[in-house]
Write a new protein. Structure first.
Length: 182
């Protein structure tokens, strides 16, 4: 069955190592018959959550803020799978991912009990470091809280400069993870 996959790419570097993981994953997912929509967060105008609890207006435009999240909300509602792609910054996700992910709470406000839609998810991360513990703890925490199902993770360390990931087996693992979604 064709799955709808939404990727939030939180890398600020076009053509960087995280973006290479996204490309490999996307190719695998599309080759498996899925539909992939990628949002390159760095180029988008996304404000931080105001914590106003003024969301929940509608599933397509739930937030009171008028910014580029309005293009993400419909894709999120329709998505079967949400992929978070981020470089490792100070032992966790980039600010771009955190801001966009926080803003998805406006969708939960559409439910009387503030329950987020249940999704499957995957994690793609690249870093100079090899210590992904804090990032994976955060990822596992929100999966537990949101009742999401982890489809897999590709975490690759030792890749700092653009292009360092070329030839790395992690690209094959990212492709395989995308191709495994059916």
């Amino acid at each position: 069955m064709n799955k709808k996959i939404m990727i939030l790419n939180g890398s600020p570097r076009p053509g960087g190592n995280t973006s290479a993981l996204v490309s490999a994953f996307s190719k695998g997912a599309v080759d498996a018959g899925n539909t992939v929509k990628t949002f390159w967060l760095e180029g988008m105008n996304i404000n931080s959550c105001k914590g106003c609890y003024g969301g929940g207006k509608s599933l397509t435009e739930p937030c009171v803020q008028n910014d580029d999240m309005s293009s993400i909300y419909p894709a999120y509602v329709e998505a079967d799978v949400v992929v978070l792609a981020s470089p490792l910054y100070f032992w966790t996700f980039s600010g771009q991912i955190r801001i966009a992910f926080d803003r998805l709470h406006a969708i939960a406000e559409c439910d009387p009990n503030h329950i987020s839609p249940v999704k499957s998810c995957a994690l793609l991360m690249a870093a100079e470091s090899h210590d992904f513990d804090e990032a994976t703890n955060y990822y596992e925490g929100f999966m537990r809280y949101l009742f999401w199902k982890d489809l897999g993770r590709v975490l690759v360390g030792g890749v700092r400069d653009i292009g360092d990931i070329e030839g790395n087996p992690a690209l094959g693992r990212a492709y395989d993870l995308g191709a495994s979604i059916v």
